[in-house]
Write a protein that binds this ligand. Structure first.
Ligand SMILES: NC(=O)c1ccc[n+]([C@@H]2O[C@H](COP(=O)([O-])OP(=O)(O)OC[C@H]3O[C@@H](n4cnc5c(N)ncnc54)[C@H](OP(=O)(O)O)[C@@H]3O)[C@@H](O)[C@H]2O)c1
Length: 273
């Protein structure tokens, strides 16, 4: 079954991608290669993960051609100065073995005054073709508004799963025409402890991880990037793309407690103007 798509303009972005944090070296490249073999066409990496070369090697050794892959990377916190931004993006492209990424994100917000330059650099990277699309990650609603005023951002990548409520960001994205990419989409499998996810999973003969992914993808402007290095779970997660949950199952998961934040901001960098 084909993976459902989200769209950035006319460009498809597969709704299930492979998160690659912790996938490194030859074994990481092997997982990327396996994932592409199994049908993944969306890969998520970051300068911060130190694994762009492994992701590049996995793509290079695969039979899937570059233009069929939706590739995301993210600018590291230390690369916001315009010179660093440009140099680091060029270095990322070399490591990834490509001359463009499909989506370039600012990994974390920093101070307002620095962010003005960063967003200018981001817009320039889109204009010169090194990034087909641009966006942000871990931005709060006021930060997204600030970014939208300055760069053609199309995505906010945030922690989002059945155990964490993100209503303001998800509604903002819908209202402003952005896509949400959900990271930690299965809450590092904490969803296997959640009674609502477990109950739905048992009823339909799927796993709680698949139910979590199905719940996210029931929202038509949300994509998810689960990470696994296990062949069986690569298949399991990709297969969740076609899961259609009943309205009452979605309601049951909506009602579950939503206060589990797995990734905390490294610091609180956003100073009010
Ligand atoms: N923008 C950001 O700041 C940010 C922050 C964090 C993450 N991310 C991105 O989001 C991706 C995913 O997030 P994450 O890796 O933190 O969390 P996650 O995808 O929710 O969970 C990954 C963990 O769950 C296990 N797992 C995967 N599929 C499973 C399944 N079907 N059943 C049971 N266990 C399963 C994996 O172990 P096995 O390998 O053993 O299967 C791994 O330990 C990252 O790789 C990264 O690309 C972005």
């Amino acid at each position: 079954m084909p993976t459902p798509q989200r769209f950035l303009g006319d460009d498809p972005m597969p709704a299930i991608g492979l998160g690659t944090w912790r996938l490194a070296g030859d074994s990481g490249a092997g997982v990327v290669n396996d994932a592409l073999d199994l049908g993944y066409r969306h890969l998520d990496t970051a300068q911060m993960y130190g694994n762009e070369a492994a992701v590049g090697a996995g793509m290079a050794s695969s039979n899937v051609v570059r233009h069929e892959i939706f590739l995301t990377t993210k600018i590291d916190d230390h690369h916001h100065h315009p010179t660093d931004f440009d140099r680091s993006l060029d270095e990322s492209l070399v490591r990834l073995g490509t001359d463009y990424v499909d989506l370039l994100l600012i990994h974390w917000p920093v101070e307002w005054d620095i962010m003005v330059d960063t967003l200018r650099s981001l817009a320039a990277a889109k204009a010169d073709g090194r990034a087909r699309h641009v966006g942000v990650s871990n931005f709060e609603p006021d930060q997204v508004d600030f970014a939208l005023d300055r760069a053609p951002i199309e995505v906010n990548q945030i922690e989002y799963h059945p155990l964490l409520g993100q209503d303001a960001l998800v509604e903002q994205a819908r209202d402003r025409g952005l896509l949400i990419t959900a990271y930690c989409p299965i809450a590092r499998n904490e969803v296997a402890q959640d009674p609502a996810c477990v109950q739905v999973a048992q009823r339909i003969g799927m796993t709680p991880a698949q139910v979590a992914l199905g719940w996210l993808l029931a929202q038509d402007h949300v994509a998810a990037i689960p990470q696994t290095s296990n062949q069986g779970r690569l298949v399991e997660n990709l297969a969740a793309g076609t899961l259609k949950l009943r309205a009452e199952d979605i309601e049951a998961i909506n009602a579950t407690q939503k206060d589990l934040r797995i990734v905390s901001p490294p610091k609180s960098p956003w100073r009010s103007r």
